[in-house]
Design a protein around this ligand. Sequence first.
Ligand code: COA
Ligand code: AMP
Length: 627
Amino acid sequence: MGSYKKIYQSWKEDQLKFWQKQSEGIDWEKKPQKILDDSNLPFYKWFPDGRLNTCYNAIDRHVLSGKGNQTAIIYDSPVTNIKKKISYKQLQGQIIQFSGALKKLGVSKGDRVIIYMPMIPEAIIAMLACARIGAIHSVVFGGFASTELATRIDDCQPKLIVSASCGHEVNKIIKYKPLLDKAVELAKHKVEKCIIFQRESHQAPLNTGQDIDWNEAIKNVPSPEPLPVEANHPLYILYTSGTTGKPKGVVRDNGGHAVSLNWSMKNIYDVEPGDVYWAASDIGWVVGHSYIVYAPLIYGCTSVLFEGKPIGTPDAGTFWRIISEYKVSVLFTAPTALRAVKRDDPNGDFIKKHDLLSLKSLFLAGERADPDTVSWLENKLKIPIIDHWWQTETGWPVASNPMGIEALPIKKGSPTVAMPGYNINVLSEDKIEVERGSLGAISIKLPLPPGSLPTLWNADERYIESYLTSFPGYYETGDAGYQDEDGYLYIMSRTDDVINVAGHRLSTGAMEEVLSNHQDVAECAVIGVSDELKGQVPMGLVCLNKGCNKSYETISKEIIALVRNEIGPVASFKLVAIVPALPKTRSGKILRSTIRKIADKTEWEMPATVDDPMVFQDIEKAIDALR
Ligand code: COA
Ligand code: AMP
C-alpha cells in the first residue's frame, strides 16, 4: 500500500486519533481533551474544550521561537510600484498596534468587523488584529458593489468597518470611500465607525464623526496580548454565493481551522517552514483567507501578497518575475489567470526570461482546470501541475494530489483523490452510492473535518436546509461528477444556480433578482455560458413588458449598469438578449439548461415537456446576434 493509502486508511479507521495527532502542530492555551463533540447533531464541534489564539499561532509563536526576522509577508504591487518585505516581528508590532486601536474603539470578543480592502498589508494586519482580540472578521471582496456590502453589513452587524481610500485595477483607481458610504447608508444596521487607510495614490475625504484615519486610530493605544478563545469561537465569516440573492455567511472556527491548515501545508503542498509560498488570489475569497493569510503564517512560511493581475501589470511575465525574484516554492492560482497568460504569451517567451528553479509545483483550483492549459503549463514549466478541488465551505482542499505524502500519478481533468478528513461519496437522486464511473451528486459523509464550516452565521436552519437535507448523513457539495476505478474524482458541473466566472463564484439567482427589478423587465433568466478566458460568463435573457418601446441598446445598457451597481463589476455581466418568451416546462419551470446548451452551441434536444417549442428559434436568433 502506498503512503497516501496508508494515511487515508489510518484516518478512516480512527478519525479522532488522526485529528488528535494533527492538533499537536498547534499551540494551545488549553490542549483539547475531547476531540469531537457530536452531542447536538447535525452540528459537530471539533476540539470542544480546547482554547487557543489564531494570531498567536500565526505570528507570536514564530517570534518567540527566534524567527522574528524571517520575512512573513512579501508585498509586491506592480499597480503602485511598491515592493516591501515585512518580518514576523514587524508584522507582530503592527498587528498589536491595530488590535489596540480596535480595542480602544470598543471592539471586543465576538464583535464583528467588516474588512473592505484591496490587496495591501493593512488588510492582513486588520484580519490578524481581529483574531488577536477574539473579534470576528468578515472580509468583503473589493469588486462587489455597495448593495452587496450593505447586505453583508445587515447580516453580520459589524461594530466597525475597516477600509481604504482606494484600490488599483490594471489602469484605474477604484475609489472605495463612495462605495463604502453608499453601503453604510443603504444598510439598516447602523455602523458607528469606519477606519480608513489612506493610500498615497488617493486620499479620500473623511466623514466627520464616522471615519477615523488609520494612522490616527493607532495612536496612544493599548498593546493587547493574544486572547485565548474556545476552539469553536468563530474566527471569521465569509459570505459566498448560493442559489438566492442572499449570500451565505460561512462560519470558520479557530481551532479546527488552525489544525487543518497547518496539516495541509506539508501534506498537500509539500512546503517547509521558511519556504516562500504564493497564492495568487485575493483576500476577499477563501483561497486568500486560507492560503495568503492563515496557512502560510501558521506554518511559518513567507507569504506573497500580490496586488496586480496576471496580465497587464505590466505584462504576461509578472507571475514568472515574482517567482524568480522571491524564490517562490509553490504557486497556487486559478486556471483562468494562466489562461490569460497563455493567451498573451503562447510560446512562453516570458517564462524563458526567468530563473524558475525554485518552483516545485503549481496548484490550481477555483474552477475546472482545462487540460489544454494544464498541458501548456506542463510543457513550459516541467513541474507537476496539480489540480485540486475545494470550496469556501470546506476551507481547505477536499481532493488533491497529496504532494507531501506521495506524488500520485496525475490524470488530467481530475483533482486526484480525497484528502484524509473527507469521505467522498457520489450519490444518485435516490440517495444511494452510484457505481464507479457514473455521474452523481458529490457528497461528503458527515462529520466534515476540522476547518470545514460548522454552520452559517445566525442561520442554523439554512445550513441544514442548504447542505444536509438532500442526502441525510452527508454534506451536499453542490457539485456533480464521478469517481473512477482508482478513486480519482472528476468534477463536471454545479447542481445549483452557481456559476464560476474567472474563478469567482457567483449566483445567477442573485442576478435574476436584479434583472427582474428593472422596470421594463417582465420575466428573465440568467445562465452561465462558456467563455474561453473566464471559463463562464453570465448571460441574461429578458422578456420586456408590453408597450415598452426602448431600443435594444438602451435596455441592455440599463440592465448591464444595474448588475454592475447592484452586484459589482466582478460579475462581468455584459451579455443581454431580448426574447419574446422564455422556454418553460408545462409546470412553468424555465429550461435554463437547454438555453445554456443553445448558447454554448452544444447538442440539445427539444424537451418533451416544453410548453411552446417555437420559442427556441427566437432564443437561438437573439443569442446568435450577441456572440
Ligand atoms: N476591486 C474593484 N474592482 C474589481 C476588483 C476589485 N478587487 N477585482 C475585479 N474588479 C473589476 C475589474 O476591474 C473589472 O472591471 P471592468 O468591467 O470595469 O473591466 C471586473 O471587475 C472584472 O474583473 P476580472 O474578473 O479581474 O476580469 P478582467 O477581465 O479584468 O481580468 C483575468 C481577467 C483572467 C486576468 C482576471 O479575472 C484574473 O486574474 N482572474 C484570476 C482570478 C483569481 O485569482 N481568482 C481567485 C480564485 S482562486
Ligand atoms: P468557492 O467556494 O468560491 O471556492 O467555489 C467553489 C466551487 O468552485 C466548487 O464547488 C466548484 O464548483 C468550483 N471548483 C473549485 N475548484 C475546482 C476544481 N479544481 N475543479 C472544478 N471545479 C472547481
